[in-house]
Write a protein that binds this ligand. Structure first.
Ligand code: BG6
Ligand code: MG
Length: 216
């Protein structure tokens, strides 16, 4: 029986996936590497360092460790510029209601994100207190599709993996949930997230967490 929820952040809780895209594209362009939506889709859910490595591989470019550090820092600066002004309006539709209702219904709630910017973002959108546990890029090293981030979330909630339901917008995240033995709801394109238990376009479709769990 599902007793807890594990949420990805970017593209699930908050509409920041578009800003990661903008910042990676700016970096790729500075390095003379082509980067479009197709490439970006493959980076969703992937850590900063792993994303850089993939972009360099696509561009057949070799950089020194110092240069890699420089570009990761630069990309993050550009990303931070984008999210500097964000507030509750960037919270994705229906998410705040779902989190409130889940708490009232007694579900435990954790974040499972690759991002090192997760806590400041949750603070800015006023949702940090909605989580019983936070697992982010500052505490895990393995990038999704490795299940580490979700297994750690389940552990912190005191739940078995099979008692947790994951919400993900990235193919790598759906894979991570499945590798960890958890059911998963995909948010976005069914073509990309087809292996999830169910794919939705928005939390507006699932206003009642208990009804969702009962329907799985
Ligand atoms: C994931 C995003 O949540 O976090 C990726 O889907 C991003 O696009 C990754 O690269 C790492 O984020 P950050 O904020 O640590 O650079
Ligand atoms: Mg995501």
């Amino acid at each position: 029986m599902i007793q807890g929820f594990l949420f990805d952040l970017d593209g699930v809780i908050v509409d920041t996936a578009k800003y990661h895209f903008v910042a990676w594209q700016r970096m790729a362009s500075a390095l003379g590497i082509e980067f479009g939506h197709e490439e970006n889709e493959q980076l969703k859910g992937i850590s900063r360092v792993e994303s850089l490595e993939r972009i360099l591989t696509w561009g057949q470019l070799t950089l020194s460790p110092e240069e890699k550090m420089h570009w990761m820092h630069q990309k993050n600066q550009w990303y931070l510029e984008c999210i500097d002004q964000i507030g509750g309006e960037e919270t994705l539709p229906g998410v705040a209601h779902f989190l409130d209702k889940a708490r009232i219904q007694g579900f435990k709630i954790a974040l499972g994100s690759a991002s090192k910017n997760a806590v400041p973002i949750l603070e800015r959108i006023g949702l940090l207190d909605a989580f019983d546990a936070i697992v982010d890029g500052t505490v895990v090293s393995a990038s999704k599709p490795n299940p580490e981030v979700f297994l750690e979330g389940a552990r912190l909630l005191g739940l078995a993996p099979e008692a947790c339901l994951v919400f993900e917008d990235a193919a790598a995240g759906v894979e991570a949930a499945q590798a960890g033995g958890m059911a998963c709801i995909g948010l976005g394109d069914p073509q990309v997230l087809g292996s999830a238990h169910r794919v939705i376009q928005s939390f507006i479709e699932i206003p009642d967490p208990q009804l969702l769990v009962d329907s799985l």
